[in-house]
Ligand binder design. Structure first.
Ligand SMILES: *[C@@H]1O[C@H](CO)[C@@H](O)[C@H](O)[C@H]1NC(C)=O
Ligand SMILES: *[C@@H]1O[C@H](CO)[C@@H](O)[C@H](O)[C@H]1NC(C)=O
Ligand SMILES: *[C@@H]1O[C@H](CO)[C@@H](O)[C@H](O)[C@H]1NC(C)=O
Length: 347
């Protein structure tokens, strides 16, 4: 369904992309220009590790195309689309009794081009990329959602027991696409700071996509919101210093927010005592006030698990803290669509 005009567009895009990159002497081998085509839009996507090289690219692209749709989204509409990515609605899944299902309202999906990525689209988007997810059990559940998308069902099922081995790291790969996925067990903020300051700083390469999140262990074992806030500030500091200047592209960074906690459902007395609504609000406030999120000038884009888990409600959790796969499926698709928006300009 790619029209001739769009093909001309791609050619133009390649010129616009590669001429400045050639001038700047980048290695072209890792860079990709590819198409996602859908019923509602045809979009040009650039692999996730390309965009950081080219901060001014969106402008060039927008002005050099004759869009299929009357109005080409400007970078400001991309920004506003990113800000509404979490507006999903929940309904009972069909057939009845199949739990809950999420979707973007059709008008929003159409305006912003939001779509669930197929396995093919996701592996094209992430082609050649290294995705690292570090944190507690929520981070692990996000990795599971990602493996379920990227791997075939049998391979994803086979990966699960290894991934869920208690308190350990996990590595998976999609060799055909050169995709690496790492889960790093890092339940405390100090574990994340160390990862950023030591392990990743010394590594020859940094991940292309880096998702971090923690707080539940701190709430349970330390129960001190201001101290959590200080730890978050150190993480933000460390993450900012990882965003070193060109030519090393900084990772796309996401922060996995705290889930809703259903206190009466929590499965130990200690959890019931320490992880109440008051504490959760205090911890969430620290996330808002420590300048770790992009909207506050920080390094991380929020993956708002709190909002999504509140939308899915009690039906989606057995222990009041860990949610069903459908919630992390939503988190993952929101992340992938954010990557698409960050990495591409639609035509
Ligand atoms: C994916 O990356 C590999 C190398 O890692 C490259 O050979 C291939 O052309 C890429 N495919 C796409 C669709 O970009
Ligand atoms: C995480 O940090 C805690 C507290 O500093 C430490 O005891 C633990 O060994 C660390 N865990 C990992 C996996 O680094
Ligand atoms: C919530 O938990 C904290 C820490 O255990 C405790 O000090 C506080 O009294 C609790 N608040 C409520 C409303 O239960």
């Amino acid at each position: 369904m790619v029209s001739a005009a769009a093909q001309v567009g791609v050619l133009a895009a390649c010129v616009v992309l590669f001429v400045p990159m050639g001038l700047a002497g980048w290695h072209l081998s890792r860079n990709k220009v590819l198409f996602f085509s859908g019923a509602l839009f045809v979009s040009l996507a650039v692999g996730v590790h390309l965009s950081p090289y080219l901060p001014s690219l969106p402008h060039l692209l927008v002005s050099s195309f004759h869009p299929l749709r009357p109005a080409a989204p400007s970078s400001s509409s991309s920004a506003s689309c990113i800000s509404v990515l979490h507006r999903v609605s929940w309904a009972d899944a069909e057939p009845h009794g199949g739990g809950r299902a999420w979707s973007w309202p059709p008008s929003l999906a159409a305006t912003c081009g939001f779509a669930r990525l197929t396995r093919d689209d996701a592996s094209t988007l992430l082609n050649g990329s290294w995705v690292m997810v570090a944190g507690d059990s929520q981070a692990r559940l996000l990795v599971l959602a990602l493996l379920r998308l990227l791997l075939d069902p049998a391979a994803a099922a086979a990966a699960e027991p290894e991934l869920f081995r208690r308190h350990s790291d996990y590595h998976a790969a999609v060799p055909a696409r050169g995709i690496s996925v790492d889960f790093i067990w890092a339940p405390f903020e100090s574990n994340l700071t160390r990862l950023l300051r030591e392990d990743l700083r010394l590594a020859p390469r940094t991940p292309d996509v880096l998702v971090l999140g923690s707080g539940l262990w701190h709430m349970l074992h330390v129960t001190d919101a201001p101290q959590y806030g200080e730890a978050l500030a150190s993480i933000a500091d460390a993450a900012n210093s990882l965003r070193s200047p060109l030519p090393v592209p900084p990772p796309h960074m996401f922060w996995l927010g705290l889930p809703r906690l259903v206190n009466p459902m929590l499965n130990t007395d200690a959890k019931k005592e320490h992880m109440n609504d008051t504490m959760l609000q205090a911890y969430d406030r620290e996330v808002d006030e420590r300048c770790i999120l992009r909207r506050d000038g920080g390094p991380f884009r929020l993956l708002d698990v709190g909002k999504l888990s509140r939308g899915c409600e009690q039906q989606c959790t057995a222990d009041g803290m860990h949610y069903n796969g459908v919630v992390y499926d939503a988190v993952m698709h929101i992340m992938l669509n954010a990557l698409v928006i960050e990495s591409q300009q639609r035509i």
